[in-house]
Design a binder for this molecule. Structure first.
Ligand code: PLP
Length: 465
């Protein structure tokens, strides 16, 4: 990777005091802090396009869109900053019990991309957007099913957020460990990663994995199960692209047992996989869709819980019941910066044909990774959809024993030393934190994709030979 002497604008003179302030006072996300006592915290100072610069002036090619699949349209978009600024000086905030101009306009734009959907509920994070669904389903259970149909099914290896209730729906055990007791009524169904087929005797793995959901519904009692909550493609759990027969069968099962279907598009939403939403690859008709990260590419905090008119109508049914409507508010769901940024973000995706680019660059990326698999036996499986790709590393291709976690982390660290930021499966998956994860911005060029591949090639060679 190219290393420049300084980022596009100079590092502030007082950067060492910034580093000290960070070390003294900031509690970073997801990190064990003991090692930070002896190393400098990593501070990212500036970003432009696909690249970021850290406090030492080192340039990094960002192959994970801000670390966690967020900066879909790339860094330094003045058009989004201008839209946010213009909106903030006009009206920064009013509680969303009143409407706002950007709130209404973005809702209309969004629904236009989501046939079958009709209503948008604004909040601030993916976790919160998912919690709204869980609350709505519990209330529907009260309004329609005598309180009985309240259970939520979630899938092994999926993740839906960080609050206690969202953690109750996590299929990544160490994420939730030590934070219990959890919210009752959440039940796990098996994952659908074909490479690690849990139903080896089945003729069709996708059908078998979907049928396993039906078994759980029957075991729990169909009249107790209100919601099935799934990522369209599992993200932090290992970039799991479901087999083709999986989704149609899942939809059929939901219809059969009157179970509402919630697709968590917090990662896949707004272009990441080359369609507006991940579920649109599979012809599914969800009842709820949630989204956050790419909605405004991290230029402002915004999340959306989107649902159908049929669901919305249930909250208008019995006006004689004073509790019949959705009695929920998210204070900052009334911030206008979010929808203002989201409108500009969506305009950029359309104008620059970023969905088409994502499909083309995603195919190139998967081909490149398959090329690496021919050279590096440690790559057991390559998966991907659009600019959302993964390479699962194994100690032995025959047994599929996962590669040593320390070596997987060494690949990530080697890339980082080269000036290339990549990711790996969430460390909370004991035994399965062995998938390298890539999600570069939707503006990636062929050169960017080849540069990422070359960096990973070097790292794999150094770590595994
Ligand atoms: N859903 C999925 C699929 C996610 O990957 C995440 C976060 O990574 C969330 C929900 C939670 O989003 P947030 O961190 O914005 O609360």
């Amino acid at each position: 990777m190219s290393v420049t002497a300084a980022p596009p604008s100079a590092i502030p003179n007082d950067i060492s005091s910034v580093i000290e302030a960070d070390r003294a006072h900031v509690w970073h996300h997801l990190l064990p802090h003991k090692p930070l006592e002896t190393t400098d915290p990593r501070i990212i100072v500036e970003g432009k396009g696909m690249r970021v610069w850290d406090a030492t002036g080192k340039e990094h090619l960002d192959a994970v869109s801000g670390g966690v699949w967020t900066v879909n349209v790339g860094y330094g978009r003045e058009e989004i900053a201008d839209a946010v600024r213009d909106q903030l000086v006009k009206l920064n905030y009013f509680a969303n019990s009143a409407g706002s101009i950007p709130g209404a306009q973005f809702a209309e734009m969004l629904i236009d991309k989501m046939p079958g959907m009709s209503r948008v509920y604004y909040s601030n994070s993916g976790s919160e957007a998912n919690e709204k669904v869980f609350k709505m389903v519990r209330q529907i259970s009260q309004l329609r099913h005598g309180g009985k149909k309240y259970k939520v099914l979630y899938r092994e290896r999926d993740y839906h957020g960080t609050t206690i209730t969202a953690l109750s729906a996590t299929g990544q055990p160490q994420r939730a460990a030590q934070y219990g007791p959890y919210t009752p009524g959440f039940v796990e169904v098996p994952h659908c990663l074909e490479y690690r087929n849990q139903f080896p005797d089945a003729e069709d793995y996708g059908i078998a994995a979907a049928n396993a959901i039906e078994e759980v519904i029957l075991r729990e009692g169909p009249d107790t199960v209100g919601l099935l909550c799934l990522e369209p493609i599992t993200a932090g759990g290992g970039v799991i692209t479901p087999p083709p027969s999986y989704w149609p069968r899942v939809q059929e099962i939901c219809k059969k047992y009157d179970v509402l279907l919630h697709i968590d598009e917090v990662v896949c939403g707004v272009g990441r996989t080359g369609t507006w939403f991940g579920y649109q690859h599979y012809g599914i008709e969800p009842d709820f869709v949630t989204m956050a990260k790419g909605v405004a590419s991290g230029y402002a905090a915004i999340s959306c819980t989107v649902t159908t008119e049929a669901v919305f109508e249930m909250f208008k049914d019995d006006v004689s019941d004073p509790l019949h409507y959705f009695r929920d508010i998210s204070t900052f769901g009334g911030c206008t910066a979010g929808p203002a940024a989201a409108i500009a973000n969506m305009n950029i995706i359309v104008r620059e044909n970023l969905l088409e680019n994502t499909i083309a660059m995603g195919e190139r990326f998967v081909n490149n990774l398959q090329g690496l698999a021919e050279k590096h036996r440690v790559i057991g499986d390559v998966r991907g959809k659009g600019l959302f790709c993964g390479a699962e590393l194994v100690a032995d291709r025959a047994t599929k024993e996962p590669a040593d976690e320390k070596k997987v982390q060494a690949v990530v660290a080697d890339c980082m030393a080269q000036g290339l930021i990549i990711g790996a499966t969430n460390r909370s998956l004991p035994g399965f934190n062995n998938t390298l994860c890539f999600s570069p911005a939707l503006i990636s060029t062929a050169d960017d994709i080849d540069e990422i591949t070359a960096g990973v090639d070097k790292a794999l060679t150094r770590v595994f030979s």
